[in-house]
Design a protein around this ligand. Structure first.
Ligand code: CAA
Length: 258
């Protein structure tokens, strides 16, 4: 299916989604978010997709929600449409691993979209920020909540209150991104990382994703109990038997996602 705001490719078990609104630095409008949700729904049942990468251009992952689309809206418009919530819920419910490969600006909704992915690989040109306060508003897709959990209250508060940008080195130091790579290597690195994940048992990868995400939403005690239950349940999978047998027999495992 052809999309107007995205370029989508599936190859080598990786679903690659490129945000593609260059005229607006990939600003997120409803069309883009709905198309993104649509792709993810199709990827969830596509056996050729075992890991997803969301990326933008070299200049911008996404420079935020589309200010021009929002500027004339009233409270009731935003509230009635539950602006952004529907499509982003689809992303948050997506069960296969998603990597955000971020180069250039990841601001406002762009930073929030990256944080909704499972982890972020950043290029050395990446700039993260929640500058919504400069527009007389605030982050509305997790900028006050997820950023605080990633980088702690002090930095999140400062970024949301002043609108200042964080460069890639600071983002790595603060735990917002997993790694920083040279801009020219970003996509290759993200693809190599996705390929490594795609080799694993998808059942195990989905279980890891569910359990790590649970750690953000519950107490340590509950999270550890959840992890233990999921860990034990993996012993009913064929992939557990295969993975452990392959180790003992000194050969590569042949996972079948069963
Ligand atoms: N929405 C709509 N259009 C945007 C946009 C956005 N968030 N960001 C950039 N654009 C457009 C610009 O209007 C411009 O279009 P025109 O050529 O038609 O004027 C084009 O993209 C290029 O942008 P600039 O000329 O501004 O590029 P620059 O290199 O000089 O500056 C920038 C880059 C610092 C990122 C600057 O564009 C900027 O500050 N953008 C807005 C960032 C922002 O405030 N983001 C938060 C949005 S609100 C939000 O996200 C709410 C939420 O949490 C849900």
């Amino acid at each position: 299916m052809a999309y107007e705001t995205l370029i989508v490719e599936v190859a080598d078990h990786i679903g690659l989604i490129r945000l593609n609104r260059p005229e607006a630095l990939n600003a997120l409008n409803m069309q883009l978010l709905e198309e993104l949700a649509d792709v993810l729904v199709s990827f969830s049942t596509n056996d050729k997709v075992r890991c997803v990468i969301i990326t933008g251009s070299e200049k911008a992952f996404a420079a935020g929600a589309d200010i021009k689309e929002m500027s004339e809206k009233s409270f009731t418009d935003m509230f009635e449409a539950d602006y952004f919530t529907g499509p982003t819920e689809t992303l948050l419910r997506f069960r296969k691993p998603i990597i955000a490969a971020v180069s250039g600006y990841a601001l406002g909704g762009g930073c929030e979209l990256a944080m909704m992915c499972d982890f972020i690989i950043a290029s050395d040109t990446a700039k993260f920020g929640q500058p919504e306060i400069n527009l007389g508003v605030m982050g509305g897709m997790g900028g006050t909540q997820r950023l605080t959990r990633f980088v702690g209250k002090s930095k999140a508060m400062e970024m949301n209150l002043t609108g200042r940008f964080m460069d890639a080195a600071e983002a790595e130091r603060s735990g917002l991104v997993s790694r920083v790579v040279p801009a020219k290597d970003l996509l290759d690195d993200a693809k190599a990382t996705a390929a490594k994940i795609a080799e694993k048992s998808l059942i195990a990868a989905m279980a890891v994703k569910e359990a790590v995400n649970r750690s953000y939403e519950t107490t340590l005690r509950e999270g550890v109990l959840f992890e233990r239950r999921v860990f034990h349940s993996l012993f009913s999978s064929e992939d557990q038997a295969e993975g452990m047998a392959a180790f003992t027999e000194k050969r590569a495992p042949q996972f079948r996602d069963r």
